[in-house]
Design a binder for this molecule. Sequence first.
Ligand code: DAT
Ligand code: MG
Length: 149
Amino acid sequence: MEQTFVMVKPDGVKRGLIGPIITRFEQKGFVLAAIQLRSIDRALAERHYGELKEKPFFGELVQYLTSGPVCAMIWQGEHAVENARSIIGKTNPVEAAPGTIRGDFALDIAGNIVHGSDSLASAEREIELFFGGAVAASAPVHLVAGTVV
Ligand code: DAT
Ligand code: MG
């Protein structure tokens, strides 16, 4: 069964949107295969978004991704990559349709609260990056009443 990588970005975690986002995926019919609440260091953020490193917003993007814990997940189901992108919505929340996650929960492209792999190859690469071993030794992050401890 196809799997895709989804991540609630730091502002999504801070705003208490892990639950609503998980609910959307469950309601769609996906099965949760793995989940971790963790922080991302600069090296991992730069690898994850490696193909965007020449973009003018790359520095800001890495800063944003390392600004707090994220919730990294593997979701499984038919056409997982395309179905996940479809319920996440367009990259820019201004263009994301109401009913999509970004359409309903985000205002700005620089804070679009959730990531989803854009192809099967990206999904395999990102699953390896986050769940594969090379970076799995990162310390877990614990939240108590919304504060990182
Ligand atoms: P997506 O997250 O929909 O796959 P992407 O891979 O093109 O979009 O870009 C990755 C992230 O980078 C995106 O979720 C938000 C940020 N980003 C993209 N374009 C941007 C822009 N023009 N200004 C600021 N941030 C941008
Ligand atoms: Mg992308």
